[in-house]
Ligand binder design. Structure first.
Ligand code: PXP
Length: 252
């Protein structure tokens, strides 16, 4: 079992840029700094409303970075066309609602099974590694398997939210859902990623789960960068993840 990969999501560098309408801070520069500091890949979410990342950011990221680009997107015809033109290493399919502040839950992989299967097949045919952002549940995993996704990303938002509110019983129950779902990915032969709302502590804890291959982390790192700088925030995150993985290995 190797290291957990760290995908750095740079959406909120674009959020700060867009607050003033100019070109700075540049999310591509943030991506390059993140890679130099130890990121294994860069994630960016091109939302339908273009509230942070824009089309030209995605194209510049693809051209400008040396590590894998993970293109987060809704499973719409428009986004599929952009992904096929961009040819990222991976596409993570996420649900999208205009009114939400962030991706609030996992994909409806049961109700949207047939449509997601068509989109997944099309992206896979283009050589793009497809990941489905799902709730940590058995039903969602079985549906993802039937859709043919080689990778899933478990939504960690509910767990992180419970911890942030000091609701330890709910947090324990949510973590148990994540642990069980991660274990089930091994049976299904699906690669397991996780993300949403992670910080140093939660990244350390979840890295102990042996099935976790990659974490995608954005908002916390960009926030922490204000205080300690992006390279230091990424170095500290890597360290937390390594500590978590080592602690998990020593328990087994
Ligand atoms: N993974 C997915 C699929 C997401 O939608 C997001 C949020 O854009 C993240 C990871 C990163 O979440 P956060 O910004 O809270 O770290």
């Amino acid at each position: 079992m190797g290291q957990v990969r760290l995908g750095v999501n740079i959406d909120h560098v674009a959020t700060v840029r867009n607050a003033r309408g100019g070109a700075l801070p540049d999310p591509v520069r943030a991506a390059l700094v993140a890679i130099a500091a130890g990121a294994d890949g860069i994630t960016a979410h091109l939302r339908e409303d273009r509230r942070h990342i824009r089309d030209e950011d995605m194209a510049r990221l693809k051209r400008g970075i040396s590590k894998p680009l993970n293109f987060e997107m809704a499973a719409t015809d428009d986004m599929v066309a952009i992904a096929l033109a961009t040819r990222p290493h991976a596409s993570c399919l996420v649900p999208e609602k205009r009114s939400e502040r962030t991706t609030e839950g996992g994909l409806d992989v049961v109700g949207g099974h047939d449509h997601l299967k068509v989109v997944t097949t099309e992206l896979k045919r283009a050589g793009i590694r497809v990941s489905l952002f799902i709730e940590p549940s058995r039903e969602a995993l079985e549906a993802s398997h039937s859709i043919g996704a080689p990778v899933i990303e478990l939504h960690t938002g509910a767990w992180c939210d419970a911890l942030a509110h000091g609701e330890s019983e709910r947090a324990d129950a949510e973590f148990e859902r994540i642990r069980t779902a991660a274990a089930f990915t091994r049976e299904l032969g699906i690669e397991c990623h996780a993300g949403h709302g992670l910080d140093f502590d939660t990244a350390r804890t979840i890295s102990a789960l042996p099935e976790i291959v990659e974490l995608n982390i954005g908002h916390f790192l960009v926030g922490e960068a204000i205080f300690i700088g992006l390279p230091a925030a990424i170095a500290q995150m890597r360290k937390a993840m390594q500590e978590g993985r080592a602690a998990g290995e020593s328990k087994r």
